[in-house]
Design a binder for this molecule. Structure first.
Ligand SMILES: [Cu+2]
Length: 264
């Protein structure tokens, strides 16, 4: 029985390691500048945590194989070994603190730095169960929004105030975001009802949308193509279908795309 259990733990260890190495289900290919760093840090974390898990399971199997079964007499054991306890505590502390420090540097580069003044601003407002997107238009200014102007039947999902001249050229779309490639984008994440989370897996960007707040997050996409935005915060019965297309275009294509939608 003990040997069967040992084999079980070895298969578990090899199977788990195999899944992490082969990655049959994983995030899509990364397409942002900072995402490369995020992936590197995630891989490092998996290497340490996965390595420790693998060794622990293999060792457990070895002990079961060697010492398990019907043995007569008491097992050999000792009560304590301060040297070993200090060693494994120190090694674990160094690894965890080291990973934490490295991770916070990666985090700070994205979340604790301001976007460049040349970044393109896009406002993304979550609602049950769609993503509303707004561009400032040629004047570079977002118009005022007012809750009492929200009118779903007229397509004014975020309540743009038609009396504010700055808002008259604003471009709005729903479940469709386009951005130019290789230019920094500053997304202001909002919600008009409950908590949502703006998640673009290919960018390695995830930011909660909190009612009453405009939370900035910036990134630079490096590859033209069509990607996906998902809501990563359970926000109601139809949360599963709250998704948006995310298009990364050449600068010329993006300019034409935006112009075609700009109110004249
Ligand atoms: Cu949602």
């Amino acid at each position: 029985m003990a040997r069967a259990l040992a084999i079980f733990f070895w298969i578990l260890a090899i199977g788990t390691a195999g899944v992490f190495i082969a990655r049959p289900i994983w995030l899509p290919e990364v397409i942002s500048l900072h995402g490369v760093e995020v992936d590197a840090h995630m891989n490092l974390t998996f290497a340490f945590a996965g390595g420790a898990f693998f060794l622990a399971q293999v060792l457990l199997g070895v002990c079961l194989w060697r010492f398990g079964g019907n043995r007569s007499g008491p097992a050999l054991y000792w009560h304590e070994s301060p040297r070993m306890e200090i060693a494994w505590t120190l090694v674990t502390a160094v690894i965890f603190i080291g990973l934490g420090v490295r991770g916070s540097v990666v985090w700070a580069q994205t979340y604790l730095t301001d976007a460049s003044p040349n970044a393109l601003e896009v406002e993304v407002t979550g609602q049950q169960f769609a993503w509303n997107v707004r561009y400032a238009g040629p004047d570079g200014k977002f118009g005022r929004t007012r809750p009492d102007k929200v009118n779903d039947s007229e397509g004014n999902y975020i309540g743009v105030d038609e009396n504010d001249p700055a808002g008259q050229d604003d471009v709005t779309t729903q479940n469709l975001i386009a951005i130019p490639v290789n230019r920094q984008i500053k997304v202001i994440v909002r919600s008009r009802d409950v908590l949502h989370s703006f998640f673009v897996p290919a960018l390695r960007v995830k930011q909660d949308a909190v009612p009453g707040m405009g939370i900035p997050v910036h990134f630079t996409a490096t590859k033209i193509g069509e990607y996906e935005v998902a809501c990563a915060e359970l926000c109601g019965m139809q949360h599963f279908k709250m998704r948006s297309r995310f298009l990364v275009m050449s600068n010329a294509d993006f300019t034409a795309w935006l112009k075609a939608r700009t109110p004249q």
